[in-house]
Design a protein around this ligand. Sequence first.
Ligand code: MN
Length: 180
Amino acid sequence: MMPKAREPLTAYRSRRDFEKTPEPTSRGHTPRTKKPVFVVQEHHANRLHYDFRLEVDGVLKSWAVPKGPPPDPSVKVLAVETEDHPLEYATFEGTIPEGSYGAGEVSIWDNGTYRNLTERDGHAVPSAEALGMGHLKFRLEGKKLRGAYALTRMQRRKKPQWLLVKSRDETKTRGASGAH
Ligand code: MN
């Protein structure tokens, strides 16, 4: 099944007045990096939340995570899908002014690269396709976040809700030999 073709970043741009906000205006033509990036931004908006973003096909797929990334496999956290952001947003930090969409301080909480681990019937599934199916497994290589995680869609709504979990299998392989 082909992914639905659509203009990327339309929602992102329509919500922002670039005369007022310092956020990047990109139209999404930044060349791809070798390894796809991820970023987690701490966003002191009306409510503090963490914006979790994964580079997929030239944009940052984005989720608002109220509780932040889960610390261990026993914790499932809600991740509310939000609009795609331009790749330049991965390095954005600053203050979105009062009265603007998402007004408040944005700082980078963690960043790095990731690897898509999604498989079906023993074959790798591209990230966009995996997200379309509602399940993406990936390994984060950040400063704070390292290891395998998964995003799983719970409901199809205008703003679909996902669960972000840390995978148990991957944590077992980490640590010094002989450690539990
Ligand atoms: Mn946000």
